[in-house]
Design a binder for this molecule. Structure first.
Ligand code: GCU
Length: 394
């Protein structure tokens, strides 16, 4: 009897909790009228027109806003970094590539952390090769041997003359609220914990990408000036913040990165700030939670992110059925943000078409976008179209 009552009470509590969670909005007519912070008006009210003003005034202001309010500060300092080649094999693509499995060990304040990088090099030619890094968070693709649907199409990339590498996000920060700190945060950067603008998992994954770049820079067969950073969904969000922090990436590709990545938060379409912070409280800085159901008071929006990467190339992609990630919000984030490329850097980067009107990929100077049919995934089709952009922009 007592058990039944307890169970009924539990059931009631769970249903109340579920009801309290808002249904996502997928109705364009319910999207609020957008009032976005102006890219080019500085905090002192000055209108920013020149490259010098952009780089010295406005860009640092916007960077600080994202760092403090959204992603947290990726730490840049450490005492030592070492690279250990743990194994070198011809598998799994023995005719065309070599796989180097590398342990990257970083030392800071007497503590060390090791992450694993899987790095494929073409066998044809001496290089130096351009390199593509994928931040991977899917367990089954950890070693690059699995290439279902092209998630990490190692063979195709090698055949096109790229070196390609991937690290598993969990070797830097586990993707769980209970344990995300047990990677680099508790070991190397314990002072980040508890800070309202301290990094969490996304920032830690970005740090991992930077350490992979350290490896590329020291590798004689890599042309690190031609490095491409790729992330999908949660790792797409991380890739964008990484590239905003680290100018060594020539091209950054965020595939279906959605809320907290490419998509405008103030549209509140699909995943919202509240929804992402509730399900993934271990991704963004604690400050971002101030904007749960309060997007209006965000002093920025995601259209200000591409400008932190400019003039280096940036590429977004969406999938038509991936409404949770808000394809239109992703498109707007990039098309509005591309004004930094055109107005400050003089590139041919104006998006001339409304989201509803275009079909094929929009490949402009240093800025590109495509939308494909289908669901949330990183597919060979995404890579194939992206590589056409790379050909013109690397
Ligand atoms: C969830 C999450 C998204 C994220 C996605 C992913 O759907 O809500 O924000 O992008 O997972 O990483 O696949």
């Amino acid at each position: 009897m007592k058990l039944t009552r307890t169970l009924t009470l539990l059931f009631l509590l769970i249903s109340m909790h579920t009801m309290a969670q808002k249904e996502p909005n997928y109705d364009e007519s319910k999207v609020p009228a957008l009032s976005l912070p102006d890219l080019f008006i500085s905090e002192s009210g000055a209108y920013i027109k020149s490259k010098t003003e952009w780089e010295n005034v406005r860009k640092p202001e916007i960077f600080k806003l994202f760092e403090r309010e959204v992603y947290g500060q990726i730490p840049k300092d450490f005492d030592q970094i070492t690279f250990e080649l743990v194994s070198q094999t011809a598998n799994p693509y023995e005719d065309i590539s070599t796989l180097e499995e590398v342990n990257i060990t970083v030392l800071r304040n007497g503590k060390s952390h090791t992450m694993r990088l899987n790095f494929f090099l073409p066998k044809t030619g001496n290089g130096p090769f351009p390199v593509i890094l994928l931040i991977n968070y899917k367990p089954k693709y950890a070693d690059g041997r699995l290439n279902e649907e092209g998630f990490w199409p190692v063979k195709e990339l090698i055949e096109r003359g790229f070196a390609t590498a991937s690290f598993h996000a969990e070797t830097v920060a586990p993707d769980q609220v209970e344990s995300f700190q047990s990677g680099i945060i508790s070991t190397l950067y314990p002072e980040q914990s508890g800070l309202a603008d301290g990094i969490k998992a996304l920032g830690a994954w970005g740090w991992g990408a930077m350490r992979a770049m350290d490896y590329f820079e020291h590798h004689p067969k890599v042309d690190s000036q031609k490095s491409i950073l790729v992330g999908f969904s949660r790792s797409g969000k991380a890739a964008l913040w990484t590239s905003a922090n680290d100018p060594r990436w020539a091209i950054t590709f965020a595939n279906e990165s959605g809320c907290g990545g490419a998509a405008l938060s103030k549209r509140k379409f699909g995943e919202t700030v509240e929804a992402i912070n509730r399900r993934f409280p271990h991704w963004f800085a604690d400050n971002f939670k101030k904007y749960n159901e309060n997007e209006e008071s965000l002093p920025l929006d995601q259209h200000m992110l591409p400008g932190l990467i400019a003039p280096r190339a940036v590429y977004y992609a969406s999938a038509r059925e991936d409404q949770w990630a808000d394809p239109k919000g992703e498109y707007l984030g990039l098309s509005l943000g591309s004004r930094v490329y055109s107005e400050i850097y003089g590139k041919k980067a104006e998006f001339l078409t409304e989201f509803e009107q275009f079909s094929g990929p929009v490949h402009l100077e240093s800025v590109g976008y495509h939308i494909r049919e289908g669901k949330h995934n990183l597919t060979w089709e995404d890579w194939r179209i992206f590589l056409e952009f790379v050909e013109k922009n690397l």
